[in-house]
Each structure stands twice: as C-alpha cells, then as structure tokens.
Design a protein around this ligand. Structure first.
Ligand code: GTP
Ligand code: MG
Length: 638
C-alpha cells in the first residue's frame, strides 16, 4: 500500500463507488476482459501468470464512460477454486457474467449462475466473449442458449453483449451496459453499520498490517478505532486507500485497503469482518429461509456435512429443517443453521451452502434471525415469515414483539438501527416493552401489593424482594427473560408514575397507611410487655402466644415499644427508667449488677438494655461501669 501519496479528499459529494464481480466458467475470458476494461491485470500470482489461470481473487479498477468509478473482483472459474469465487462474490451484488461464445454453457457457467441466483443481484451484464472465434450463426445459437438458461433466474433481465478482447469488438457496448446496470441499481446504503469483508491480508515494511476487502453498509475513516470480528481484536485505522488512492473516508460499496495499527497479521484471516467496535455480535446459530440450488438433482435433506459461505467467510455448518424432512424445490424451508465458529451476520444477509463431500453447491438463503431463541417454538413459522417480509425499519418492532422486552442497546446490535419509537411498545427506562406485556405484568403487581395491604394492614408494605420475584415469575411465564435490570426498570417506572411507593425494603400503594392508633392488637401487646416488666416476655415468647410480627412492627413504628435487641422489646417507660438509673449513679458510673438491682431485673434484661443505651449514645462504658454521657461531659468552667 502506497503511504506516500497525498491524503485524498473524500466527501459525500463524491460520486458513489461500486464493486462488480466477475463470474463464469474457467478460461472463458473473465480476466482478459478486466484487463481490457481497466488496463490492470487481476492475476497477480506468479503461478496464475505461468498457468494462464486465475486461482485466487484478483482486483482491478477503472472508470466507465459516464465517469463512474468501479472496482472489479475477478474470480477464478475453475471448479477447484469455487470457494475463492464465493469469497469474492459473497459481499458483491453487481455481476459481470462471462460465457465464451465458442464453448457456450459449461458446468461452472451453471454453478456460478446458481450461486449468483442464490445470493441475488442488484444488477448484472452478460458478456459473450471470444466473439472473434465464432461465426454469426454460432454466436446467435450461443446467445439464444444463454438467454434460455438465464430465464427465471436473478440474471434474467441482464443485457447480453457479444465482445472480443482480441479485436476489441463490443467492448464499448459492454462498458455502456455496465454504466446502465449501475444507473439502474438501487442506491447504496451508507448510513448503516460498516462491514469490510476481509479477503486479503499482508504486511508492508514501515506501514504494518494491511487488509483489503469489500466495504458495505457504512463508512470507515482514518483514525477510527475498529474491531476485527469475530475474534474481537481492536485496531486503529492509520490509512485508507481505494483503487491505490489515499482517502480519508472509505464509502460503501467499494474496494478498500485499510492500514491498521495495533493488530498483528497473525490475528487476521480471510472471512473476518472489520467493523466499528461493539456494532456486531457474532453468532453461532441463526435462522433462515433456505432454497435449493436451481435444478438440484436430488432433494436436499439435513443429513450430511455442509459448508456455508457468507461475505468472504466459510464455515462448517449443520442444518435443521423446520417442519419437513427435505427442501421443497420451489419454496425451500425455514431452517436453523449451526456454525462451527462464530460469524458476523445481519438480518437479510445472503449465503450459499455447499455439500462438503460432493463439493457441490446445493442451496442458499437469506438470514432471518441472527440471534434466534434457543428453541424455535410453536410460532416459528409466523415469526420467520414476518421477518422475511420486514424492511429494516420494521425489525425493531418485530424484535420487541418476539421477546416481550429488550434493552434498547440490544435493538441496535440486533437490527442495526436505533429507533426513537417502536410501534406497539413502550419505553420503560432503558427497555422497550410491548404494551401487552406491560399491562399483563403491571396490573397484577399493583393488585398484589393492594392485596398484601388487605392481609396485613399493620405492615408498611410488601417486601421488595418478594415483589421482584413475583415480577420475574410473571415475565418468565409470558416468555420474556426476567432480566434483573428489566425488573428494576418496571418497579422504578411504577414508582415514578405514583402507582407504588418504595420505603426502605418495602413497597406500598400510595394510599396505604398503617393503622396503629385504631389497633387493639397493638395496645394489647404493649400492655403485655409493660405487665411483664422488669422481666418482659421475649419476642419469641410473644410470637409463641400468637402475637403477629406485623403487630410488633406496628408497635415499634408507633414508638409504643422500643427494640432493645433482636430478642427483646420494652416499653419506652422502662427504657427511661434504665437511663435514669445510670444518671443517678453520677460520674462514678454504675456496674451491671448495681444496674440490675436498681431495676429489679436479671442480667438477661439488664445487659441488652445497657448495650442499647450505649448504642444510642445515652451511656458509655468505662471499664466495668456505665456512665451517663451528659454527666461525664460537663463543660469546663470559663
Ligand atoms: N480469441 C480470443 N481469446 C480470448 C479472448 N478472451 C480471452 N481469450 C483467451 O482465453 C484464455 C483464457 O482467458 P482468461 O481471461 O484467462 O480466462 P478466465 O475466464 O479469466 O479464466 P479463469 O480465471 O482461469 O477462470 C486466454 O488464453 C485468453 O487469451 C477473446 O476475446 N478472444
Ligand atoms: Mg481469470
């Protein structure tokens, strides 16, 4: 990569760039055509030059008559290198399909067409090459045959141009048709999440690691921190080039060479994705619509070893068909695909499946859910059908509906967009929650707190922990993961809206008030304790005689009793007698036994009461006596 060039200026007013991939049978003239169109030989390996054969992906670039700049990914036609071909066309949706006029339709014409048909295209042009080797009749025969074979495929509408790299015939027309193809293609998505599908990695002395690949989805700038998925290493973009020109901002869809610092070449491989940190969550399992390759001879079942190709990556996969044992030739099927290693996948990404044993392309499809539920569930068909029909803007709505509730940050991760509003859902704190789930959980929760008040009129409210548990159970029952953060958000929201009030560890309805004054139970309890003093019944003893915990709590809150220790409650009057006994002893203090005698009680009551007085700062301990604080701390005279 040339680091010496002047920093390029790239702004949004620059015309967009495009990437076109070649396809077609071996030796049909793909690379020769690229040379004639761009002046650049895409076969860069010595072995390729020697054998006159493309082995790995080649790259070239040039300007069309309109001034539009395109990068070419030139793929090998030989059947042994189909996996390289797949890495090249995986991220590209514009195709230059090549058939030699003299040889006509060949096995890899068919396989490449099948692959492109499965991946889908935004535009295509067909070149009938080697025009110079055939007469008019043969040319027209081939043209008719090719047109017939394209019928019913993604290339059906493609222009077919006869040309020759020997004589130059038809090359101008071919360039014009490429221009027309680009003009008719849908606008490039530029404000999504950028993904550079890595296809080549090398090191340059002084510059460090360089990766090249096709950039889609969004922009990458010099200075950006980036993440290499799926492994997750971070790096910084030191320099960017497109078509050997230094640029500040790389825009989709274009061929980009990124010079990275902070990452080792050994950490990178073809198939990786360069993206912005945190933008993606690589997945090991996804759901998709799978279609068989057109003209597949035997029906496809889930048995066998398969390889998946998506972007520039390859993975071993296992396939599970939903609701059927083999793929329907027309409709295909919804499937669950398990990957040998994680992969960055977006909703609506296309992929290709090959049978590992037979080395044949057999199927392909569209990713519908890159993060599916653990089990497909009874509603899988409806869920996936909705996703299949959805635009990107509709995905957040589907996601929230599927899960009941989801953290807003996950919506970006799983759909690529951050909606300000989700139809059918409410925002509760950092969560999106369906209106349905919201009412199904809130109303019973509020009712449960009210019910608690009815049952326990003397208690301040239900324990927060109990309410949390109840809410979590509600969520789980309705199929929503009871995330603690979600539970907290729902409670906070109810509190904010005045439906419940949180006091310490309990929750109450705002209208609830503990009815102490009117409670006969409380008065009876206080009388029992007072009657027992100076040796009052312990809490355990009170409970054993049928006094409710609520009643004790209410008496304590009303300050009709004082909690002296975990096991003891006393009347405020008795506690005051204790304080007075210490004060009466003056500055010399009082021993535990003297204190016990003064109150006419036993150590069992005297000691906790003294400790209680200490803890309140009323008395303090000095060796073996207690001293009243305000006696020991007499101000010195002026
Ligand atoms: N006569 C004639 N020969 C051509 C033409 N285009 C290509 N060839 C020859 O066909 C042979 C194969 O051309 P390539 O461009 O390497 O074919 P390819 O499709 O890139 O082959 P792979 O990359 O290996 O799949 C070469 O010997 C070319 O010189 C043409 O228009 N006329
Ligand atoms: Mg070639």
């Amino acid at each position: 990569m040339d680091e010496g060039g002047s920093p390029g200026t790239s702004s949004s007013s620059d015309p967009p760039l495009h990437v076109v991939a070649t396809a077609g049978h071996v030796d049909h003239g793909k690379s020769s055509l690229i040379i004639r169109l761009t002046g650049i030989d895409p076969d860069r390996l010595a072995e390729e030059q020697r054998r006159g054969l493309t082995i790995d992906l080649g790259f070239a670039w040039g300007k069309l008559p309109s001034g539009v700049e395109i990068g070419f990914v030139d793929v090998p036609g030989h059947e042994r290198f189909v996996r390289n071909m797949l890495a090249g066309v995986g991220p590209v949706r514009l195709v230059l399909f090549v058939v030699a006029a003299d040889e006509g339709w060949k096995p890899q014409s068919e396989e490449h067409l099948g692959i492109i048909d499965l991946l889908g295209v935004h535009g295509a042009v067909v070149a009938l090459t080697k025009r110079d080797l055939v007469d008019e009749t043969r040319l027209e025969d081939t043209r008719a045959d090719v047109a017939a074979r394209l019928r019913g495929t993604a290339l059906e509408a493609a222009a077919i141009v006869a040309c020759s790299t020997r004589t130059g015939e038809g090359l101008d027309e071919l360039a014009r048709e490429l221009d027309a193809m680009i003009a008719a293609a849908p606008a490039t998505e530029e404000d999504g999440r950028p993904r550079q599908f890595v296809d080549r990695i090398f090191t340059i002395k002084g510059a460090g690691t360089v990766i090249t690949g096709t950039l889609v989805g969004g922009r990458v700038s010099v200075g950006d921190e980036v993440e290499i998925y799926p492994k997750g290493g971070r790096a910084r973009v030191r320099g960017l080039q497109t078509h050997k020109r230094a640029i500040q901002v790389a825009r989709p869809v274009s061929r980009v060479a990124a010079n990275l610092t902070g990452i080792d070449r050994a950490h990178l491989e073809r198939g990786d994705v360069l993206g912005l940190p945190g933008d993606w969550r690589p997945t090991r399992v996804f759901e998709a619509r799978l279609r068989p390759l057109r003209g597949l001879e035997r029906p496809l079942t889930a048995r066998g070893a398969f390889k998946l190709y998506a972007g520039s990556a390859e993975r071993d996969v296992r396939i599970r068909l939903y609701g059927r044992s083999q793929l329907d030739p027309e409709e295909g099927a919804y499937v669950r695909i398990r990957l040998s290693a994680p992969l960055v996948l977006d909703v609506h990404d296309r992929f290709v499946i090959r049978e590992a044993g037979r080395r044949a392309t057999v199927a392909g499809g569209v990713v519908l859910d890159p993060n599916p539920p653990t089990r497909p569930g009874a509603g899988a068909d409806a869920r996936l059908a909705a996703r299949e029909r959805a635009s990107r803007e509709e995905l957040p709505m589907l996601l929230v509906a599927e899960r009941g509730a989801i953290h807003a940050s996950r919506v970006k991760l799983l759909t690529g967009i951050t909606p300000s509003d989700v139809s059918g859902a409410a925002r509760i704190g950092a969560w999106w929650v369906t209106q349905e789930l919201r009412s199904a959980t809130e109303a019973p929760l509020v009712a449960a707190v009210s019910h608690f008040h009815d049952q326990h009129p003397l208690a301040p409210g239900e324990d927060v922990a109990v309410v949390r548990e109840m809410l979590a159970a509600h969520l789980a029952r309705s199929g929503t993961t009871p995330d603690p953060g979600l539970v907290e958000a729902v409670l906070a929201d109810l509190e904010r809206r005045g439906e419940i009030v949180r006091e310490g560890a309990s929750l109450r309805r705002p209208t609830h008030q503990v009815a102490t004054e009117t409670s006969d139970d409380v008065h009876r309890l206080v009388q029992t304790v007072a009657a027992g003093e100076p040796t009052p019944p312990t809490v355990a003893e009170l409970l054993a005689t049928g006094v409710g915990r609520d009643t004790i709590g209410a008496a304590l809150r009303a300050e009709l009793l004082v909690r002296v220790s975990r096991e003891l409650v006393m009347t405020p009057g008795f506690v005051t007698r204790g304080r007075e006994a210490v004060e009466a002893a003056g500055a010399s203090g009082i021993t535990v036994s003297a204190f016990r005698e003064a109150l006419g009680t036993s150590r069992r009551f005297a000691l906790p009461l003294l400790e209680h007085l200490d803890s309140r700062g009323i008395t303090r301990r000095e060796v073996d006596v207690r001293v009243a604080r305000d006696i020991g701390a007499v101000d010195p005279p002026d």
